[in-house]
Design a protein around this ligand. Structure first.
Ligand code: ADP
Ligand code: MG
Length: 630
């Protein structure tokens, strides 16, 4: 009995793209199929841990048939039930598929390697794929056949062995440009590909290979025969001696195990022989995984016990702020029989996790100290995770992470650390200043920068949403408080200046009051400014939520309520202030009009939208007309 089913639309689109593809590494199909075979064996092995009846002598077998253009890959893993054939091979059951397609269409070829194109890669080299399989869970075996265009057919078959055989019927090479598909049928090519991509697969990958016996009598022809050989070394890289491993080997291993096309930025290989014994092999990818910031990204390290795979993504082993780290932990202290539930509250694992995070940190510190360029690159790519790390959990990780954080400043094109900032502070500077804005230029031209510039203080440039939230949690570094140039008293005046200021403040009390009244719907206060030198006015945030934070929060569902308090500050030393004072004394009824103008001007300088452009324009027009009447 046969059933023919259509592929889901998205799968169809993907298949089509893959076959006529921009995908340059067609040879990876073998890696993908072997990795599926190995995964299937892992699954069976895992079940067999509790039920040894179900165990087997595991292997992956490759058979070539050049005459019929067939390549067969057989495993004795868990197999597939009929339902699994439909759901796992009939749809591309990958949450990333949609994103994958979007990006493929943008021809962002580099990104492709980051997706598990998996089983479907078979169609890059084959015009027909047959899957024969019998599941560990079912007595019935099935054959799945498709040419990878519209549909696939499932038929019940006889099959004795549990496991799966994938039969590829290789394409014909069309022209010069086309891939040399015939190559994938040769003994040498297969050997090379297995070595290159699948050497550390834990199960033997076997194939019949040609051997020669050379008789002692050199006159006679050598005897040629075939013998089944294991093609992969199977020795897990991380169990080898560190000194014997080349960079090349690390890189290949990383790319193979963690589906990347780019060499890692950093390899961290550690062997710990103490209270707890384990080996960890960690990688910092050069590029952030495409979905690192999406909900479906799963952090975690692979977990092995004595070289035997236990689970794929153990979340416990890696904190969120290092979620981009890939790798594995192999510990002989963990029992293989351990259940997934038990893993969750395992003291050994907790200890390993603690060491792992310390190790990553110390590697990063080393990098920061002696390879600044690389660290800059690292920070550009992953810095935001560290900032979230500080923000998250109300600062429990502050001490741990703060010296890994860097910012550019109004004085430095390069990133600097908090420590470097503090070491560079002039003697009279008490606070660490920061400013939020789109760019260095935008921040440098803020009126609030006038006096800071005069003092020659350095200001950290906050350009990412998270920055201000993080600093609110940090509060201080090395006992120096953080201060926004936009909030609170900047403490820039000496005693004499303070005195003069207070006098002016007293004198202008009623003027400020009437300005405040005129702007009561717009600002929470109107004050004389201690931060301005050349500019007439500026708008600053009250304590708590700042204007920049309000912008970020307003994008979040729960954040709408958080409103920044705006304060209008007026420069008491500016010509304009004297004029205002005059208007107040001679022409009180005009005060509200000018108040509005000032407020709108401040909004413009701050790069904020005008709340009522019409009103502003009307006031301006009136002013021009009036001014030119006389
Ligand atoms: P992935 O391996 O990343 O899950 P694939 O596209 O490579 O994605 O494979 C899809 C699914 O098909 C697998 O998750 C697995 O359930 C099933 N599958 C593929 N090959 C085999 C196999 N040899 N044995 C058992 N199941 C398999
Ligand atoms: Mg796969």
């Amino acid at each position: 009995m046969s059933k023919t089913k259509q592929f889901k639309t998205e799968s169809k689109k993907l298949l089509d793209l893959m076959i006529h593809s921009i995908y340059t590494h067609k040879e990876i199909f073998l890696r993908e199929l072997i990795s599926n075979a190995s995964d299937a064996i892992d699954k069976r092995h895992y079940i067999a841990l509790k039920d040894s009846e179900k165990d087997a002598e595991y292997e992956i077998l490759i058979e070539r048939d050049e005459e019929n253009r067939q390549l067969k890959i057989t495993d004795n893993g868990i197999g597939l039930t009929e339902e699994e054939l439909i759901t796992n091979l009939g749809t591309i059951a990958k949450s990333g598929t949609k994103e994958f397609l979007d990006r493929l269409e943008n021809k962002d070829a580099e990104i492709i390697g980051q997706f598990g194109v998996g089983f479907y890669s078979a169609f890059m080299v084959a015009d027909k794929v047959t899957v024969e399989t019998k599941s560990l869970e079912s007595d019935q075996a099935y054959r799945w056949v498709s040419d990878g265009t519209e549909s696939y057919t499932i038929t019940e078959i006889e099959r004795e062995n549990i496991g799966t055989t994938i039969v590829l019927h290789l394409r014909e090479t069309k022209d010069e440009e086309d891939e040399k598909y015939d190559e994938f049928l040769t003994e040498n090519k297969i050997k090379t590909l297995v070595k290159k991509y699948s050497d550390y697969v834990r199960y033997p990958i076997k194939m019949d290979v040609t051997k020669h016996d050379y008789p002692e009598d050199e006159e006679k022809d050598p005897i040629t025969y075939t013998e089944t050989e294991t093609l992969n070394s199977m020795i897990p890289l991380w169990r080898k001696n560190k000194r014997e491993i080349t960079d090349e080997e690390y890189n290949e291993f990383y790319k193979h195990q963690f589906d990347d096309f780019t060499d890692p930025m950093r390899v961290i290989h550690t062997k710990v022989e103490g209270l707890i014994k384990y080996t960890s092999l960690l990688f910092i990818p050069k590029k952030a995984p495409f979905n690192l910031y999406s909900e479906n990204y799963e952090k975690g390290l692979q977990l092995y016990s004595k070289g035997v795979f236990i689970m794929d993504k153990n979340k416990q082993l890696i904190p969120d702020y290092f979620r981009f780290v890939k790798g594995l932990v192999d510990s002989s202290d963990l029992s293989l029989n351990i259940s997934r539930e038990m893993l969750q509250s395992n003291k050994q694992l907790e200890r390993i996790a603690k060491n792992v995070k310390k190790k990553i940190k110390s590697e990063l510190e080393k990098m920061l100290k002696s390879e600044r360029e690389t660290y800059n690159e690292f920070f550009e790519t992953y810095g935001v995770n560290l900032k979230y790390g500080i923000y998250d959990g109300f600062g429990v990780n502050k001490e741990f992470l703060q010296d890994l954080i860097m910012f550019k400043t109004t004085k430095s094109e390069e990133y600097i650390t908090f420590k470097e900032y503090v070491d560079d502070m002039p003697d009279d500077q008490e606070f660490i200043y920061y400013a939020t804005g789109k760019s260095k230029e935008a921040i440098n031209s803020l009126p609030q920068m006038d006096l800071i510039k005069e003092k020659d203080y350095q200001v950290l440039l906050f350009t990412e949403d998270i920055d201000e939230f993080m600093i609110n949690i940090m509060k201080e570094y090395d006992e120096k408080e953080f201060k926004s140039i936009n909030q609170g008293d900047l403490d820039l005046m000496d005693e004499k200046e303070e005195e003069e200021f207070e006098t002016k403040e007293k004198e202008s009390k009623s003027l400020l009051k009437s300005l405040k009244k005129a702007l009561k719907d717009n600002v929470s206060d109107v004050k004389l400014s201690k931060r301005l030198k050349d500019s007439p006015v500026c708008l600053i945030s009250g304590e708590g939520v700042s204007m920049e934070m309000e912008k970020v929060l307003s994008k979040m569902p729960q954040g709408k309520e958080a409103k920044a308090q705006k304060i209008l500050e007026i420069n008491p030393n500016h010509e304009l202030f004297k004029t205002l004072d005059k208007i107040y004394k001679d022409n009180k009824k005009d005060v509200p009009k000018y108040a509005k103008l000032l407020y709108n001007q401040a909004l413009l300088i701050e790069g904020l939208p005008l709340e009522n452009p019409n009103e502003f324009s009307k006031l301006m027009t009136e002013l021009i007309i009036e001014k030119n009447k006389k």
